[in-house]
Write a protein that binds this ligand. Structure first.
Ligand code: SF4
Ligand code: SF4
Ligand code: SF4
Length: 439
């Protein structure tokens, strides 16, 4: 046996904790565990000397692995399995890029126009052709503000559901919306058309939210959003309240969490997520000075999640615990696409509406003759960078945001926040683990 290259041992006071980045197993370990580790290092490992249970745990946690294991090769194998898995088909659809908000950090331009009937038909054909092999089809409604085009969403959903039923394909949908246009009929339609949940961004208490996420009519939207969160949760739908954080609003997060706790009836079922405000395009350059770098964000992020757990938003308990990931995001999944209202296809969510970055159109994209732009994203591979190959946390980072790497001055992978705060994250969960052991 040999030790995994992804083992991390960390001393906290008198206690040693073990974490393996390939399995994300974490444990408080004792001298018997350390003895095995030392024996392996000194080539004196002899399985008969240790308890069967300990060795079994050390193997299943990923700490010990077989001598001929090449863990990077394994990661590459699993990465390829998920990347080229055509049984999972996912679309992020922006039926319009127009929006009734003008958030100060928005990276989109909001051209007028909605998906035409002709483009809808082409999109349905595109979907139909992919359901022959797909077993699961997932749609995320996106924009602009998708609820500006409710009829299109429900009409396409109807067709997608029919096609999935005909092909025995599992269907699931989700919506990212500013929620200002959502009425009770929409909530019923969400249930009918299998839109199982919504992400709604609220950026702070009323005044802060309304100043950052301005509606074009300059009306306050805060109270309406709180009401919509209640209605969705009370109807059994999932809700993620997203709080986009930068230096301007970070000090108002407590206020917002207290308000949510007071005003959301089923607050313990509400998931809260934080987004790091970034300047993806020149359109949002004006907020650049308020943005955190990944390194700075790593410092402020954990206390934010600690707050939401402390306030009792219980769905979030494990939200910062690292998870093994084969790919950083959807960008290099062969069967995952972002579609705009003209039918243009993109790899990255942040490119939607930027035709120059499109890799085809639903009318003509052909798997047998993929475009080089498409392939350049699919073939993106952090393993080609020694920085990632040698990285102890490669299995939980998977090379960082591919678009950030493309935009970086040195063309190197850009490390995600976990690179900078893993120590603190482990300490945080150690406290929880310790409490569990002590109880
Ligand atoms: S609601 Fe979304 S799409 Fe609309 S301006 Fe705000 S961030 Fe942009
Ligand atoms: S490439 Fe980066 S910005 Fe684009 S979808 Fe992936 S994580 Fe998001
Ligand atoms: S991007 Fe940075 S943190 Fe991520 S795997 Fe590569 S070197 Fe590690």
């Amino acid at each position: 046996m040999k030790l995994s290259r992804y083992n991390i041992l960390k001393k906290i006071g008198d206690t040693t904790i073990f974490f393996n980045a390939a399995t994300c197993a974490m444990a408080i370990v004792d001298e018997n565990f350390m003895r095995v580790v030392e024996d392996v290092k000194n080539n004196s490992y002899d399985e008969k000397k240790y308890s069967t249970e300990l060795i079994s745990d050390m193997k299943s946690s990923g700490c010990l692995t077989v001598d001929d294991a090449d863990e990077l090769q394994r990661l590459e194998f699993y990465r390829n399995l998920s990347k080229y898995d055509m049984t999972n088909f996912s679309l992020t659809i922006a039926p319009t890029l127009d929006c009734n908000f003008r958030c100060k950090y928005c990276f989109e331009t909001h051209p007028k126009g909605v998906m035409s009937e002709e483009t809808q038909s082409a999109l349905i054909e595109f979907v139909k052709n992919r359901l022959d092999v797909a077993k699961k089809f997932t749609v995320t409604w996106y924009g602009g503000e998708p609820l500006l085009t409710k009829e299109i969403i429900y009409s396409l959903s109807e067709k997608f559901l029919e096609l999935c039923a005909k092909n025995s394909v599992e269907y699931d949908a989700f919506i990212i919306t500013n929620a200002s246009l959502m009425d009770d009929a929409d909530v019923e339609n969400f249930k009918h058309y299998k839109i199982g949940g919504a992400q709604i961004t609220i950026d702070g208490p009323k005044e802060i939210h309304d100043s950052r996420r301005r509606s074009i009519s300059d009306e306050s939207t805060f109270d309406k959003l709180i009401d919509r969160v209640n209605v969705l949760l009370n109807n059994g739908l999932r809700v993620i309240v997203r709080i986009n954080v930068d230096k301007e609003n970070i000090n108002y997060v407590d206020d917002l969490l207290l308000t949510l706790r007071a005003r959301i009836e089923k607050f313990s079922e509400l998931a809260i997520d934080f987004g790091q405000v970034s300047t993806f395009t020149d359109i949002c350059r004006s907020v650049e000075s308020d943005c955190y770098s990944n390194e700075q964000y790593a410092d402020v992020m954990l206390p934010l999640y600690e707050k939401i757990n402390a306030y009792g938003f219980s769905t979030n308990k494990m939200s910062v615990y690292p998870a093994p990931r084969t790919n950083f995001c959807c960008v290099d999944y062969a069967n995952s696409f972002v579609v705009d209202n003209h039918g243009y296809l993109y790899r990255c969510w942040n490119h939607v509406g930027n035709f120059a970055k499109s890799h085809g159109n639903v009318r003509d994209f052909d798997d047998k003759e993929p475009t080089s732009n498409y392939l350049s994203w699919i073939e993106w591979n952090p393993i080609r960078h020694s920085k990632c190959c040698d990285c102890k946390i490669f299995p939980i980072c998977a090379g960082g945001c591919p678009d950030a790497m493309r935009n970086s001055a040195d063309g190197q992978p850009v490390c995600g926040t976990i690179k900078y705060n893993l120590d603190k994250v482990l300490e945080y969960y150690f406290e929880q683990l310790k409490e569990g052991v002590e109880q």
